[in-house]
Design a protein around this ligand. Structure first.
Ligand code: SAM
Length: 288
């Protein structure tokens, strides 16, 4: 059956008595070019093992299955089990797992279900959990690429550079761990039910090495979060408030990294944050 044909989908869902769940971010694709181009953008071939989050009715899963060595698809909504059993019947290289992707040990899952294939992620993400899912996928450190559909505003935030109004902590984390690229946009008319906003496909290519050497990556991530928690404050004030260091320590770190102490986090780029983090790390270890 055509998994993006609206009347076929309606008949399928009626047969299974399925109801859309808004809280699970269920906006299913009904335009066949989107799952096809999304699968193509993920650069999948027979040596690739794909992790898909939220297969829904299986339209993207089917496209991935045509191209990949294996697809592991994790779906939270167990009422989709009989639907997916029907729509993906006979696809030997698809494995379905029912559960919450946020509760999985992702590296263990990849080792158990996708090795020795080259692991990548491809998904139309549930919008309500985009940030925690992307964060978990990037921190897992095992995917060469993560190619996903997200809200266009989120996609822009992830690619925003220092000084841009939508530059923020999550974008810096993503840019630290990967090189993000917006590939194309998808209008609301391509989904049922229709979301209110435009979506975009984004590909995050894992960095082999970080943009700059850093002594303590954990400190860097905490520092960036602190900088944007109180983004109207000067950076030393925001760091003192958010990291539990003294204002003097924060000011010295910012100054030693080559910045004016009146600077705000929104105008410091990723490499600048790494320098400040290293200076603070030196100060903190000297004070021990
Ligand atoms: N892939 C389908 C498509 O493109 O038409 C459905 C995409 S829909 C935007 C998101 C899917 O993710 C839904 O099927 C939803 O039930 C599932 N989902 C939501 N939260 C999830 C979670 N925490 N773990 C796994 N799947 C989840």
């Amino acid at each position: 059956m055509n998994l993006t044909n609206y009347s076929e989908i309606q008949a399928l869902l009626a047969r299974h008595g399925f109801r859309f769940s808004k809280s699970l971010g269920q906006n299913f694709l009904i335009a066949d070019w989107v799952p096809r181009q999304l699968a193509e953008a993920a650069e999948v071939d027979r040596d690739t093992g794909v992790l898909e989050i939220g297969p829904g009715l299986g339209c993207l899963t089917a496209q991935l299955s045509e191209r990949a060595g294996k697809v592991l698809a994790i779906e939270l909504d167990r009422t989709l089990r009989p639907v997916l059993a029907e729509t993906l019947e006979g696809r030997e290289n698809v494995e379905l797992l029912f559960g919450d992707v946020l509760k999985q040990d992702i590296p263990a899952l990849v080792a158990e279900h996708l090795a020795p294939l080259r692991p990548v992620v491809c998904a139309n993400l549930p919008y309500n959990v985009t940030s925690p899912v992307l964060s978990a996928l990037l921190h897992a450190g095992c995917f060469e690429t993560v190619t996903v559909m997200v809200q266009r505003e989120v996609a822009k935030r992830l690619c925003a550079e220092a000084g841009a109004p939508d530059y923020g902590a999550f974008g810096i984390l993503v840019q630290w761990l990967s090189e993000p690229e917006i590939l194309f946009e998808v209008p609301p008319s391509c989904f049922v039910p229709q979301p209110k906003v435009t979506s975009a496909i984004i590909r995050l290519r894992r960095r082999a090495v970080p943009p700059a050497p850093v002594r303590d990556e954990e400190l860097l991530f905490r520092l960036v979060r602190a900088a944007f928690n109180q983004r109207r404050k000067t950076l030393p004030n925001a760091l003192a408030a958010g990291l539990g260091v003294s204002r003097q320590q924060a000011e010295t770190a910012v100054q030693n990294a080559g910045f004016d102490t009146r600077i705000r986090g929104e105008s410091v780029d990723v490499v600048g944050f790494a320098k400040i983090s290293d200076e603070l790390s030196k100060i903190l270890s000297a004070d021990l």
